[in-house]
Write a protein that binds this ligand. Structure first.
Ligand code: IMP
Length: 429
């Protein structure tokens, strides 16, 4: 099986990092292929907690190569902090991390632009980005004229390109940006910063596309680590309340350069309930004490921004859609322990849209906003399952819940998680 993919099926934060960390030793190379520092992966290893934003979660496993592929947008300061933070704790990413020269770089003006546009209202609400410059960087990537790839930072044309781009960006941003933020865009300062970045990132840069194509030809096993979740996919998610990359399974090939014929195993990751950060429609959102209970029990606060996450019941309409979209073979159902203390648990099985029962996830955020969840009520298990280590040890009602979700989304469950630690994971595959 050359390539296994770990894909989020909801709005991100599905605990994909934990799964990647566990699957990494079964593979030769772990690949991050989209998103950037908007992602925050928490990996718990014994008493150590690692928060990773760019570096693939396989970095903690000995002897595995970790690749940041062309589809990722790199925020150099944050990436360097991650590398140095790992080194301070005895992990040496310089020997097993490779960054694509084709990957785009989030430059200082992208932060200014993200901040200036983040509050803009689209479809009646602001997107509420992570303020990491992600949208503006991808916008420039597609626009091409002002884009910086890692190769551009390393080129001897870097200084000229920075000077031209700073002049152009200052003129463009002047009408919308905070004047104090604009003042930070000084070419000489940015050039010095680029040189400092190059000294650290230059030795790690490589042609990862050919490296991965050679690797699959040689029969090496790849693990593709998705960031965010399928409902945030730029083309197939709850647009415009999405991120700027293909966060569903469809993004694996374009972001990594590994053709679809090598992708043989897709694991879709979903929480046993739903969360969302930022704006946008969320049919099963609970704005009551139950929502707060899920938030408290699940410690649902953003890894990257610290924002409280919006919480709600499991949405089988949405996850059935994203599991199909992402070509999922197995479901990994996470955070089962968070639902340990409920008398009843609801699962959304259809939407009521203006009096009509709908089971297909709608295209439009406007329609999604009008969707009222139609729930099926399942009995809770009211038992702490964080110590469960085998499927048979789950209480009967928890087994019923797992089976019902699997049935609703038509995908077998391959992994169950009952807590943040590595050993709190039950592999059925
Ligand atoms: P951006 O990716 O920073 O542009 O943010 C766009 C939307 O995606 C916002 O609603 C963010 O909260 C959301 N988002 C981006 N990255 C993540 C993530 O890793 N987890 C959860 N939500 C995310």
């Amino acid at each position: 099986m050359p390539a296994t993919c770990v894909i989020g099926l909801q709005w991100g934060d599905e605990a994909k990092g934990k799964l990647v960390d566990l699957l990494a030793p079964r593979n030769d190379i772990v690949v991050r292929y989209q998103g950037g520092a908007n992602a925050g992966h928490t990996v718990v290893c014994g008493k150590e907690v690692y928060k990773l934003h760019h570096v693939p979660s396989g970095i903690l496993s000995e002897g595995i190569m970790n690749v940041i592929a062309p589809g990722v947008v790199i925020e150099p300061n944050m990436l360097i902090r991650e590398i140095e933070g790992l080194e301070a704790r005895g992990v040496n990413p310089r020997k097993n991390l490779m960054i694509s020269e084709r990957a785009h770089v989030v430059m200082p003006w992208h932060f200014v632009e993200d901040k200036a546009t983040n509050k803009a209202v689209v479809s009646g609400e602001s997107i509420g980005t992570t303020n990491r410059g992600i949208g503006p960087c991808y916008r420039d990537k597609v626009g091409r004229t002002h884009a910086f790839r890692l190769a551009d930072l390393l080129s001897d044309q870097m200084e000229t390109k920075v000077r031209e781009t700073v002049a152009a960006k200052r003129a463009m941003l002047e009408p919308i940006a905070d004047p104090a933020d604009l003042e930070t865009l000084v070419a000489d300062k940015i050039i010095e910063q680029c040189k400092a970045w190059n000294a650290i990132l230059g030795p790690l840069s490589a042609d990862t596309t050919n490296y991965l194509l050679d690797a699959v030809d040689e029969g090496k096993k790849l693990l593709m680590e998705g960031a965010q979740g399928s409902l945030l996919d730029i083309d197939h998610g709850t647009y415009p309340f999405v991120t700027s990359s293909n966060a569903s399974g469809v993004g694996v090939s374009s972001g990594s350069g590994v053709p679809a014929r090598w992708i043989t195993n897709v694991i879709g990751v979903a929480k046993a309930y739903s969360t969302r950060v930022g704006g946008g429609p969320f049919p099963t959102e609970l704005l009551d004490a139950t929502g707060q209970k899920i938030r408290d029990l699940g410690r649902e606060y953003g890894t990257t921004t610290g924002r409280p996450r919006r919480c709600g019941w499991f949405d089988a309409v949405a996850v059935r859609y994203t599991a199909r979209l992402s070509g999922v073979h197995y479901l990994s159902l996470m955070m089962m322990d968070v639902l340990s203390h409920f008398d009843e648990i609801q699962v959304c099985v259809a939407y009521d849209v203006d009096g009509e029962r709908v089971t297909k996830f709608p295209c439009s955020a406007e329609v999604l906003r009008r969707c009222k969840p139609i729930y099926e009520t399942l009995p809770g298990w009211n038992t702490d399952v964080s110590g469960v280590r085998k499927l048979e040890e789950f209480p009967a009602n928890a087994r019923k819940y797992i089976d019902r979700i699997s049935e609703l989304i038509s995908v077998p469950v391959g992994v169950l998680s009952v807590g943040p630690d590595r050993e709190q994971t039950i592999f059925l595959i």
